[in-house]
Structures are given as C-alpha cells and as structure tokens.
Design a protein around this ligand. Structure first.
Ligand code: ZN
Length: 311
C-alpha cells in the first residue's frame, strides 16, 4: 500500500488519533506523508468496558506498547488520559476510573486530561466532566474536550461555560470536533479550536479550507480522530495538500497542521519539537516486554534518522 502524500517536505502533527485501533500500514503511510508526532487521546472501545482493569490496561498501553509501536515507525507518540463521556454513564465503574486517573495523568508523555466532555449531556456525564476538570486544575494540566456530535452548538457552548466555571483558562483547553456553527464562539472566547476531518461526512477537508479562508489560522488545529470507524489517518496531510492547492499560504497551513498543535500541547511541558527532531534512528530489532512489531520480517535498521520528505 502506498498512498502517502507528498507535501513539499512539510512536517505534520496529528493531535488526535486512536492508533491502538490502526494498523502498521497506517503508521508507515503517516510517516511517509510527513507526520512526525501524534497525540492519542484515551477513549472508549466501541463497546462499553465492564470493569476497571480494562481501563487500567488500556491506559498502560497508551503510555507503553503503543508509544513503542509508534517509535518503530519513526513517529513520536503522546497521549491524553481521561474517562470518556460515554462511559461516564456507568457510574459505579466511573468512580473506580476516577481513582486511576491521577496515577496515569502524571506519567511522562501525557499531555492533557482528555478526551472528556459531553456525549448525550446526561447528569452523569456532567458530574464526571466537572470532576476531571477539577483534577486537571489540581495537576495543572491541559484539557482536551470532545464535543457532542448531536446538538453540537449548545454542547460546545456548555463545555466552555463549565471549563470557565471550574477556573480553567481558555488557553489551557483544546475544544475538538468543531464545525462552521461552533468555530466563531470558540475562537472569540479564546479557546483552541480543533477540527476533526472525516473522509465522507461531517467535517470534510474542503469545508476546512473555507474555514481557514474565513477565520485565518490563529488557534485553529486540524486532526483526524482516526479510530476503528470509517476515518482517515492521513486526514492532516491530505487537508494540508488541499489547502495549498486552493491557495492557502504555506504559513497558514503550517500553523493549523503543525505549529498550533505544538504551541497548545507544549504548554504541558511534556512535548517539544526537539523530541522528534532528535528521535533516534528506527531500529526494529528493539522489543517492548519481549515483543517486537516484526512477524519474522527483516527489521528496518536506520543508520541515521531519515525524514522522508525533508530536504
Ligand atoms: Zn477521539
């Protein structure tokens, strides 16, 4: 499979992608398309978890195996830790997850509490959203907000109201899954406005180009939110390419597909550009807990770090 996107040697960050549910082909294409760093937010599995141990192992894999797997393809991996809004509705389980969160939130490479917020805007979602905002404040951490796909405008406003109510600064909060209806308010109130680019429906990349044309590139972030559903791990480079083709300046493209994500999440102190500029060469002979990404194949061993597209 070779669908990598050539975009004049630009570097990209995908600050919202669920790699645990993606393949090594995806990692390879992402790296070849210029993606140098990614953030994997904690979320649900597509079906509800039944016990707290399954959260614990998942969080461990986000800071462990998945980070290793990314490194084997030359990509720097970060994550966020949180109780997603859907599973906040199982209160007995949510209580136990809340006790786990501080243990994982403070680990290296964890850049925010997230993705948290509302799904159906139930009282339980509201309760655990607020508790996690308090946790973020206590640990002085950033917050990544998942806004509901239904009743998006009201849900987005309310998410920001609640953040302010709990004393978070807008500059510490990244609001994701925006669209044309929500962007003006999010930017006006000083929050970061992230956009998830889906391949067919919802927020497509042609619509994204028009948003940049209208609102500029300040505090706007593009991501893929690729997961186990219909989604595209190359959404960021593909959107960048379309923007360039449609006359958006290279500087603006760089802002929304790289620089703003770096500016937002580097506030955590856990993520800086030198992390990927100084990545060691890929050595697929390496293992994690005695497991490698290879299945009998010849390991890739670089003599020096190669950025495929950087002149
Ligand atoms: Zn997500």
């Amino acid at each position: 499979m070779n669908e990598s996107i050539i975009t004049r040697g630009m570097m990209f960050i995908d600050p919202h992608i669920h790699m645990s549910s993606r393949t090594t082909d995806d990692y390879q294409m992402m790296q070849q398309s210029g993606i140098v760093a990614i953030i994997e937010p904690a979320f649900w599995l597509g079906q509800p978890r039944t016990n707290v141990g399954s959260f614990q192992d998942y969080f461990s894999s986000l800071v462990g195996w998945e980070r290793f797997r990314a490194s084997q393809f030359g990509i720097k991996h970060y994550c966020t830790i949180g109780l997603n809004s859907k599973e906040a509705n199982n209160e007995a389980l949510a209580e136990q997850v809340m006790e786990l969160l501080p243990l994982y939130a403070c680990k290296e490479g964890v850049v925010a509490i997230g993705e948290i917020g509302y799904d159906d805007m139930t009282p339980a979602e509201d309760k655990y959203f607020r508790l996690q905002l308090e946790l973020a404040k206590e640990l002085d951490m950033l917050v990544m907000i998942h806004t509901p796909h239904r009743d998006k405008k009201a849900g987005t406003s309310r998410s920001m109201d609640v953040c302010i109510e709990h004393g978070l600064k807008p500059s510490q909060v990244i609001v994701d899954h925006n669209n044309e209806e929500t962007v003006a308010e999010v930017l006006d109130r000083g929050f970061w406005a992230a956009f998830t680019i889906y391949p067919n429906t919802k927020m497509g990349n042609a619509r994204m180009v028009e948003i940049i044309r209208q609102y500029g590139s300040n505090r706007i972030i593009v991501d893929s939110s690729a997961d186990w559903g219909v989604s595209d791990p190359l959404a960021v480079p593909k959107t960048a390419l379309l923007m360039l083709e449609r006359g958006i300046s290279e500087m603006d493209v760089q802002q929304v597909c790289y620089q703003n994500a770096l500016a937002a999440y580097s506030q955590s102190g856990e993520m800086q550009e030198s992390d990927w500029l100084n990545l060691p060469p890929i050595d697929q002979r390496q293992t994690f807990s005695n497991n490698s990404v290879l299945r009998g194949q010849e390991p890739l061993v670089e003599s020096h770090r190669e950025y495929a597209l950087i002149e």
